[in-house]
Design a protein around this ligand. Structure first.
Ligand code: G3H
Ligand code: 13P
Ligand code: ZN
Length: 314
């Protein structure tokens, strides 16, 4: 067991009709919580690092902590760059031991997205690293970029086939109605599952059988967690996420990777707010960060068991 690519994880996930959780990491407590949660359920897991996380912690710290977590737990972990903005960032991560990188060229025009993705794919593959790319635009906030819902565009199935065959990318993030952040739907939650099915069918017909699809913006924004934040001084109004039922359905289809960051942020914040609310005299970081770590581990275990279906995938 070691740092691995997601290739084998996705092959098994597609066949087993489940998905691997991809959790955003920013510090030691999150890394420990996610890997211990995965270990407790004998599940493979993806730890993903955004550009802002890279800036916050630094690639060397992140890699060293992830390696420690792999050694402690002995599980299969893929270390992935989330929303890589350019070739240089992807290269930096590959040089620092990442086993998977995303190049997100979804804000470029189609041909530029293909060209830039291809450049990353060629370099990554020469180093044994896999690549995820994105086609279509998700609404929401990611890495200080804010896409409003009017500018979000769902993934075109024919374009998806053309994109995969021309770039050689290993997995594809698609837009079917999810969005980043804690405010996903104003009214009822709705995902375009027909589009997902269509994309998969067209890929299969074009010779890309069992092609792994990635779902970004997939936090469920647990109402109880938001309520705890608000009960202890927070002000998070109108938050909503993707219902777990829909995530289960996506995981049973071609979605092999489900991305969650907001849920970790909320679990961590709720635990820390509760800690200070109940223990106003506390000022030992190990107390409140320890509570946060436990809350994140509970979240990860619940996702693996009740939503992703990746329990015993090792
Ligand atoms: O998709 C974006 C992730 O939630 C990362 O967010 O750039 O604030 O680390 P971040
Ligand atoms: P959430 O904001 O729904 O957690 O999505 C995270 C994500 O897609 C990271 O790439
Ligand atoms: Zn994302």
């Amino acid at each position: 067991m070691a740092l691995v690519t997601s290739k084998e994880m996705f092959r098994k996930a597609f066949e087993g009709k489940y998905a691997i959780g991809a959790f955003n990491i920013n510090n030691m407590e999150i890394i420990q919580a996610v890997t211990r949660g995965a270990k407790a359920n004998n599940s493979a897991v993806i730890l993903q690092v955004s550009r802002s996380a890279l800036k916050y912690a630094g690639p060397k710290y992140l890699l060293a902590m992830v390696e420690a977590a792999v050694e402690e737990t002995g599980i299969d972990v893929a270390l992935h760059l989330d929303h890589g903005p350019d070739f240089e960032t992807a290269k930096l991560c590959i040089e620092n031991g990442f086993t998977s990188v995303m190049f997100d060229g979804s804000h470029y025009d189609y041909e530029t997205n293909i060209l830039k993705t291809k450049e990353v794919v060629e370099y990554a593959h020469s180093k044994g690293v896999v690549v995820e790319a994105e086609l279509g635009k998700l609404a929401g906030v990611e890495d200080e970029v804010n896409v409003d819902s009017a500018n979000a565009t769902y993934t075109d199935p024919d374009q998806a086939v053309d994109f995969v065959s021309r770039t050689g990318v290993d997995s594809l993030a698609i837009a079917i109605g999810t969005s980043h952040g804690a405010y996903k739907f104003k009214g009822e939650a709705k995902l375009d599952f027909n589009r997902l099915e269509n994309i998969t069918e067209k890929l299969e017909k074009a010779g890309f059988a069992k092609y792994p699809i990635v779902l970004h913006g997939a936090s469920s924004v647990d109402a109880q967690c938001v309520a705890t934040c608000n009960e202890f001084g927070g002000k998070i109004d109108g938050a909503s996420g993707i219902p777990n039922e829909m995530l289960r359905k996506a995981a049973s289809m071609a979605v092999c990777k489900i991305n969650m960051d907001t849920d970790i942020r909320l679990a961590m914040t709720a635990a820390i707010r509760k800690h200070f609310g109940e223990k106003p005299s506390s000022f030992d970081p190990r107390g409140y960060l320890g509570d946060a770590r436990e809350a994140i581990q509970r979240l990860v275990e619940a996702k693996i068991n009740d939503v992703l279906g990746s329990k015993d995938s090792l």
